[in-house]
Write a protein that binds this ligand. Structure first.
Ligand SMILES: [Zn+2]
Length: 563
């Protein structure tokens, strides 16, 4: 008897396109929409939550509200979205505009008052609905490159009333795309130790044979047992060369639907689990993202619409079957991958897989684990790893070797260093660093100090050590000199840097009064706008204090004149 188990993992209300208001939201720019990033595109540690709209390699383009409404949130941060504006609309949706250069005059005045009030460049405010109403087609801001943006563009989102981002294209925002998605790799995965693919019990790359239609045939494979597949796929639009994300992937085994992944909407609470969708180890070693077309345990993603046997297929001996993948972009252009499978119970190519298990420790997914050696303790709470995992754990003097960054983690583990036996007059300048990249460059990990213990949380396996920073940050004027007249200057620019632990805070005053200096970490620049009208005297004393992450601080002082 054949047993059928139909698994609807997470009940998902399915919306058809017509359930989203059409022609309600307009393009936020008045140039032809060209995207450098699509919705739910795969990023390093999250799904992209909006559209990245190209701004002709420039900053300062007018940004229009997508519809009438009111400003419900303004957030300015050094990293992430930089300067971001949230507008809530009468229909319950909120549109989001990020990496802005600046806001419209009215909003700029509002937010500067908040900044001067809080004496901070970084602010987050939630105005009430009647404070900052926004009318149809109003210019609300100018596009920029602030925060974690790698080039001028507008990041645009639409969120529902539960803060879940939705593909803005579902609302009729249109981008020219007549090209079908393309595939750069297909892989087969054994589900367990009994599965065999082309004689192997490991991830096997399959040979793709591109067809004239844009579809792909795959060289026939032999397989036996429970098997899953993975695919690397991208979509190009007509007006840009960027490799963007696809919108929907479906798989079929002998004509029956096996799995569907739909990238139309997700919630921020699940976005980190992208590490469970992609083959994390492959991504970390080969820099390309294989989307796994099967669902392993501890995978809470709501993108899976339905799944038969979690997307795995079962191949019996002496059978002939076919597995197909259909990949669609948002406009419905589609690409098929056909994988013919010869069911055959082969002998396994037994490779001597004798593993050296010294220095290995087992971390359980459903319970907490503590590893300890010398003066180092590492705590894993439950649900940190997705699967029970053997990891390398070794401490030699101050250096902790904690596996390699090839295993995805759901949340932080915690490293604790006991400094009781250390003698140094600079013990307060010691911090936990991760040795990063090929050159093992130490980078600061946010370190807490409690008595003689230093602790830090991290979501990344790798090498950690203690480092010491006794050098204070540097502060260099960029466009002025001491005791000069700056009457015609619009901006006051200063460069601030800190070699090892990095900059933690800065504070600038003129004649004792706090001034707003915008900080751009990408250019190490602090910038004051004289149009803030804080400087009213002729003789002015500028004072800037910059502090690094272990508390070393520098003070810069200069006098300038203005009339
Ligand atoms: Zn973006």
């Amino acid at each position: 008897m054949k047993k059928f188990l139909l698994l609807f993992l997470i009940p998902l209300i399915s919306y058809s396109q017509s359930e989203y208001p059409q022609d309600y939201f307009r393009d936020p720019l008045d140039i032809t929409l060209v995207l450098s990033g699509t919705f739910a595109e795969l990023r390093s540690s999250h799904f992209h939550s909006g559209l990245d709209i190209k701004t002709q390699r420039k900053v300062g383009l007018k940004v229009y509200t997508a519809a009438e409404g009111y400003v419900s949130r303004i957030k300015i941060s050094h990293y992430g979205y930089g300067k971001a504006l949230y507008i809530t609309h009468p229909n319950g949706y909120t549109s989001v505009y990020a990496h802005l250069q600046k806001f419209s005059d009215r909003l700029e005045k509002y937010i500067k008052e908040c900044q001067y009030d809080k004496e901070s460049f970084e602010v987050e405010v939630f105005p009430s609905p009647d404070e900052l109403p926004i009318s149809t087609d109003e210019v609300i801001a100018y596009s920029g490159n602030t925060g974690g943006s790698g080039g001028p563009h507008l990041h645009f989102e639409i969120r529902d009333n539960q803060e879940r981002p939705i593909n803005p294209m579902l609302f009729g925002i249109d981008v020219k795309d007549t090209k079908q998605p393309f595939v750069s790799g297909v892989y087969a995965y054994p589900k367990d130790e009994n599965a065999i693919i082309n004689g192997k019990n490991e991830r096997v790359p399959l040979r793709l044979i591109p067809q004239k239609t844009g579809d792909y045939e795959v060289e026939k494979i032999t397989a036996y047992g429970n098997v899953g597949f993975g695919v690397t796929s991208y979509d190009k639009q007509d007006l840009a060369p960027n490799n963007n994300g696809v919108s929907n992937i479906q798989t079929f085994f002998n004509g029956n639907k096996s799995l569907e992944i739909d990238f139309k909407r997700f919630s921020f609470s699940e976005t980190k689990h992208i590490k469970r969708l992609i083959d994390y180890e492959y991504f970390k070693t080969k820099r390309s993202r294989i989307q796994k077309l099967f669902i392993q345990k501890n995978n809470p993603l709501s993108l899976y619409k339905d799944a038969y046997d979690n997307g795995y297929i079962t191949i019996e001996d002496s059978t002939s079957s076919v597995y197909k993948v259909r990949i669609q972009d948002y406009k419905g252009n589609e690409t098929w991958v056909n994988i013919p499978i010869n069911g055959k119970k082969e002998l396994l190519d037994k490779q001597s897989q004798e593993q050296d298990i010294s220095n290995k420790s087992l971390i359980y997914s459903d319970q907490s684990t503590t590893l300890q050696s010398g003066n180092v303790t590492v705590n894993f709470y439950e649900n940190t790893v997705y699967d029970d995992t053997m990891i390398d754990f070794k401490v030699s003097s101050d250096t902790l070797h904690l596996h390699e960054d090839q295993i995805p983690l759901q949340k932080n583990f915690y490293i604790n260093y006991d400094l009781s036996n250390y003698k140094s007059e600079h013990l307060d300048k010691v911090f936990i660093a991760r040795l990063y990249g090929y050159y093992k460059k130490p980078s600061y990990v946010s370190t807490k100090r409690k008595g003689n213990t230093l602790s830090a949380g991290s979501k990344t396996f790798g090498i950690y050590t203690l480092a010491m920073d006794t050098v204070a940050p540097t502060i260099e004027p960029v466009n002025f000199q001491d005791k000069k007249w700056l009457s015609k200057y619009r901006y006051l620019k200063v460069k601030i840097e800190d070699e090892l632990s990095g900059i933690s805070k800065y504070r600038a005053t003129i004649n004792g009064k706090w001034i707003l200096m915008e900080y751009d970490y990408k250019t190490n620049m602090l910038m004051h706008d004289f149009n803030d009208n804080i400087v009213k005297d002729t003789r002015n004393e500028l004072k800037i204090i910059v502090t690094d992450n272990v508390g070393n601080s520098s003070t810069f002082e200069a006098i300038f004149f203005r009339k």
